[in-house]
Write a protein that binds this ligand. Structure first.
Ligand SMILES: Nc1ncnc2c1ncn2[C@@H]1O[C@H](COP(=O)(O)OP(=O)(O)OP(=O)(O)O)[C@@H](O)[C@H]1O
Ligand SMILES: [Mg+2]
Length: 328
């Protein structure tokens, strides 16, 4: 296993992106009924769609390089150094308010890690759906969690370097001190216990396994999980220049289908729209373009007619709705 140093330190020098396949044979987001319980997706890495997600998220480049360097270390350093010396668990936790790009970054990080850390057997990606494990199967959460870790994940981790996304991890490792609020506290308590025990076991036995976890509710995560994370990164709301970049990216990608939008994608006036979206998350900023198209019936029928004024009107409408929501 060799690390491509230049690729870790500079995204611009990364190697070419090869063809990838979904192991499930299905595109991401489709129903994957043939997958084991609790697994939402399995695929080979690097995956070109995940690499696109990584590029599409606009954050301070230092965040992306810190994530990538830590993820690479999980495969280059962790398997070689005793846990008595360096108690690394191979867990990276991304927190932040909804719509800040955590899931996209998690998937993208998996793909970029596979790109920069060269492994002869290739990398696998597994996405866990904690909601399918916990809660829905009352009284069976603990068994489902143990089964997932001991058989599904272990089997895969033994075959190849594996990156596991634990999306919305607060469901899997709910804070045991707040259990009185839960509908089924004993079951959830046991599921958290089981997940922590199995994470320790996997960290001990499998060096080529990295967990990337995301959460909107870090306060709902059990402290024992957070303390096991080797890196916790809070993804911030986009600042003005990030919002401008998101708007430009959205419009210029739309312009490949609707060339008339190239003009507003490149317009200096887009900065005014970015200013008017202060406090909004990245998802809302992207969706603002669709909201702007819906501002006017003519534009809805012919989106090429979109103007900066429509974008500004939509931004003001969202800002007003948001502040009204805050006042209530
Ligand atoms: N900083 C950003 N730059 C570019 N696009 C962004 C950014 N943040 C969010 N987005 C866009 O918003 C959408 C939602 O992103 P994603 O699902 O990754 O967010 P999330 O933080 O996981 O949200 P949630 O907490 O609700 O699960 C995606 O289309 C993504 O491209
Ligand atoms: Mg998410």
């Amino acid at each position: 296993m060799a690390v491509m140093e230049s690729a870790v330190s500079s995204h611009g020098t990364k190697p070419s992106r090869g063809q990838t396949h979904s192991l499930s044979g299905k595109s991401h987001g489709s129903t994957t009924t043939d997958l084991p319980t609790g697994i939402a997706d399995i695929r080979k890495l690097p995956d070109s769609r995940f690499l696109e997600l990584w590029d599409a998220i606009v954050v301070d480049p230092s965040i992306k390089s810190r994530l990538l360097n830590h993820a690479a270390l999980s495969f280059t350093l962790r398997p070689r150094i005793s846990r008595a010396v360096l108690p690394l668990h191979g867990i990276i936790l991304l927190t932040g308010v909804p719509g800040t790009g955590k899931t996209s970054l998690g998937r993208g990080l998996a793909a970029r890690t596979a790109e920069v850390v060269q492994d002869q057997e290739g990398f696998r990606y597994i996405e866990v759906d904690p909601h399918a494990l916990v809660g829905s199967m009352l009284g069976k959460s603990q068994r489902a969690v143990t089964e997932l870790f001991r058989s599904t994940l272990v089997e895969r981790a033994m075959q190849a370097a594996t990156i596991v996304l634990l999306d919305e991890v607060e469901t899997l490792v709910a804070d045991r001190t707040k259990m009185s609020l839960q509908a089924n506290p004993v079951d959830v308590h046991r599921a958290t216990d089981a997940a922590l025990v199995e994470l320790d076991r996997l960290a001990e036995d499998h060096g080529r396994l990295l967990f990337i976890a995301t959460s909107n509710f870090p306060s709902a995560i059990d402290a024992a999980f957070t303390s096991r994370a080797d890196l916790v990164v809070t993804i911030p709301l986009p600042n003005e220049s990030a919002r401008l970049a998101i708007l430009r990216h959205t419009l210029s990608r739309m312009a490949t289908e609707l060339p008339a939008l190239q003009g507003i994608a490149a317009s200096p006036d887009l900065l005014n729209v970015a200013r008017a979206t202060d406090g909004l998350d990245g998802r809302t900023v992207r969706k603002l373009v669709a909201a702007a198209c819906a501002e006017d019936e003519d534009v809805a029928l012919e989106p090429e007619r979109l103007t900066i004024e429509h974008l500004l009107a939509a931004a003001r409408a969202i800002a007003a709705a948001t502040s009204e929501g805050r006042v209530r």
